[in-house]
Design a binder for this molecule. Structure first.
Ligand code: ATP
Ligand code: MG
Length: 327
C-alpha cells in the first residue's frame, strides 16, 4: 500500500517554490490515494528558529488555507497541524535517543540555518522530529523538494536502525519530486527560494508586487545591451518560465533570448502572463476561504482526529517494541 506524508513549515508566506516543489504533488497524490495521503503544517518545526506566537498561529492557519486554495481537498486527504497530534513529539524524542549526534550535526540544513540564528537544540533535532512525522504514519512516499533529500535519507537510516534493533516496524520511505521544480531559485538569484530568506514570490502575493520584484530580478549578467544574445540556461527568469509558461512560450523565449530576439523586460512581461494565469485562481479561492475561516479550522480539526487514530496505533507498537509501559 502506498502512503504519502509531507509537511510544510508555517515560517512565512507560502511561495512558488513550495507550490511547484511540494504542494502540486500533494494535490496529485491526494487525488490518487485519498486518505492515504497525509499533509501536515509542521508548527513544531517552525519553532526551531526564534518566532512570534501570534504570527505562528496566523501562519499555521494561512499555510493550511493556501494548500486548500491550491486544490487540496481536506475531505479527501488528511490535513492537520502537527502540534494537534502529540505523538509527533513523543516519537521524535524516542528517535533522538537512538540517533548518533554526528548524523544530526552533518545535516546541510542544520549547518545552513545555524549560521543565521542563535542555535536552539531543537534545530539540531529537526531531522529526528521529521523522521517521526513520516514514520508515525508508516508512510513510504514523501513528496518534497531536493533540499529535503538528505533528511529523507536520514529517516531511512533511523527506520532501518530501529527495525534492526527492536523488530520490523517501519518502512524505509522514498522522496518523490516534481522534476521541473527540484530547487526553485530565489528571486534575488542567490540560491534556493526560502521563506526564511525573504527571497520569495508568494502564492498569495499581489500580482503587482510580484511584477515589481521580477522587474529588477537579475538575468544573464553577460547580456548588457538589448542587442547582446543571452544564455537562458543561466537565467532565473527562464527557470520561472519553465514553471509558469506553456511549451510554445518557453521555446519562444529560449530562442529569443539566445538570438537577442527578445529583451529581458519583454521576456519578464511574457512570464507575468503565466504567473497571473496560475496564481489568480488560487488567490480568488483563498479570498473565499478567508471569508469563511471556519471551513479551514474545521478541516484542521477533523484532519487531526483522523491523523491521531493512525498515530496512536503506531505509538502502541513502538512502546511495546521499546519496553515502555503501555498505558
Ligand atoms: P524555511 O526557509 O522556513 O525552511 P522553506 O521555504 O524552505 O521554509 P519548508 O516549509 O521548509 O519551506 O518546505 C516545505 C516544502 O517545500 C518542502 O517539501 C521543501 O522541500 C519544499 N521547498 C521549499 N523550498 C523549495 C524550493 N525553493 N524549490 C522546491 N521545493 C522547495
Ligand atoms: Mg525549508
Amino acid at each position: 500500500m502506498k502512503r504519502v506524508f509531507s509537511g510544510i513549515q508555517p515560517t512565512g508566506e507560502i511561495h512558488i517554490g513550495n507550490y511547484f516543489g511540494a504542494i502540486l504533488n500533494y494535490v496529485k497524490l491526494g487525488e490518487e490515494l485519498g486518505k492515504n495521503s497525509i499533509y501536515c503544517i509542521v508548527d513544531y518545526h517552525a519553532i526551531t528558529i526564534p518566532h512570534e506566537p501570534e504570527l505562528l498561529r496566523k501562519r499555521t492557519f494561512d499555510a493550511a488555507l493556501v494548500n486548500m486554495a491550491a486544490g487540496l481537498d481536506p475531505s479527501k486527504v488528511i490535513l492537520f497541524a502537527q502540534s494537534d497530534v502529540r505523538e509527533h513529539t513523543e516519537l521524535g524524542w524516542i528517535f533522538s535517543t537512538q540517533t548518533p549526534l554526528g548524523d544530526l550535526e552533518r545535516m546541510t540544513q542544520f549547518k545552513d540555518k545555524s549560521s543565521q540564528h542563535s542555535v536552539l537544540a531543537g534545530l539540531l533535532m529537526y531531522p529526528t522530529l521529521m523522521a517521526a512525522d513520516i514514520l508515525l504514519y508508516k508512510a513510504n512516499t514523501v513528496p518534497v523538494g531536493e533540499d529535503q533529500v538528505q533528511h529523507i535519507e536520514l529517516t531511512r537510516e533511523i527506520a532501518r536502525r530501529f527495525n534492526n534493533r527492536f523488530g520490523e516496524l517501519f518502512p524505509e520511505p522514498l522522496a518523490v519530486h516534481n522534476k521541473d521544480a527540484l530547487r526553485v531559485p530565489g528571486v534575488d538569484g542567490q540560491g534556493k527560494m526560502s521563506k526564511s530568506k525573504g527571497n520569495t514570490l508568494g502564492v498569495l502575493e499581489e500580482i503587482d508586487s510580484i511584477w515589481q520584484k521580477l522587474r529588477v530580478a537579475p538575468t544573464d549578467p553577460a547580456r548588457v545591451r538589448r542587442t547582446d544574445p543571452g544564455n537562458p540556461h543561466i537565467c532565473l527568469i527562464f527557470d520561472y518560465h519553465k514553471l509558469f509558461s506553456d511549451l510554445d512560450t518557453i521555446q519562444m523565449v529560449e530562442v529569443g533570448c539566445s538570438t537577442a530576439g527578445i529583451g529581458c523586460i519583454d521576456c519578464k512581461k511574457t512570464l507575468m502572463k503565466g504567473v497571473e494565469r496560475t496564481l489568480v485562481p488560487i488567490q480568488q479561492r483563498a479570498q473565499e476561504l478567508y471569508s469563511t475561516p471556519d471551513i479551514v479550522k474545521d478541516a484542521l480539526h477533523e484532519g487531526a482526529r483522523e491523523a491521531r487514530q493512525i498515530a496512536q496505533q503506531t505509538m502502541q507498537e513502538v512502546r511495546d517494541a521499546l519496553g515502555l509501559l503501555n498505558p
